[in-house]
Write a new protein. Sequence first.
Length: 284
Amino acid sequence: MSDAGRVVVIGVGTMGRGIAQVAAAAGYEVAIHDVSEEALQQGLDALRASVDRGVAKGKLTPEQRGAILRRVSVAPALARALEQVELVIEAVPESIELKRQIFAQVDGAAPPSALLASNTSSLSIGRIAEATKNPQRVIGMHFFNPVPLMPLLEIVRSDASADESIERALAIARAMGKEPIVVRDSPGFATSRLGLVLGLEAMRMVEQQVASPEDIDKAMTLGYRHPMGPLRLTDLVGLDVRQAIAEHLHRELGSESFRPPEILRRLVAEGRLGKKTGRGFYDW
């Protein structure tokens, strides 16, 4: 085991494998777990491709690539992976029921000292923590896509989260090279709530033929110095993910600002989910 400790990442889709990569780069021994060995292998292959791109672009050395890959292992048996873990990060789809099931399972198998974190971008950390016997150690660690490149990490504290848990999360975030912020457990936290309003309004502008997706995005990158326009970002995050978050915030906050526009519903129904399917607001 590395001196930095052991991390288990549950769910190795786009976010989970990015989290695994930055944890391994920080010196943690990382075990990844998913619903099937096929999903695990796909996640590991995508992680390898990511570090290979990092080397090709000069962001990683071949030595760093080798160190990252040596520290990442697959864990088909979750209980065994949790035996000596310091931090568990859940990065499964945005379903409160699924997350509660996972946290109940992890709570019973991980050591009492382990920190339990969800990568959720909008769901209640308090509700997730209710599925455990020790909600004091449950927090949110909301990473941003692409995880290896984005410096922000949003740490979410519920009413039950212990101060010690937050302090540990801040230290881990900084060890991973992230700039953390701490927010209260409220619908959408800070980042999803602000970012989603911008993204949904951009979609309404496309719907109303105010401008093309390309020009709307250019307005924000050149006019407001955003690194990426809201529609390209939506494609990267996934239109289905954005729709689910919008529906959740619309229910929780009751604001029409979060009602999913018809164009979003239509594109999701057509299977145009963004980069992961090859088409969204853009062709990839």
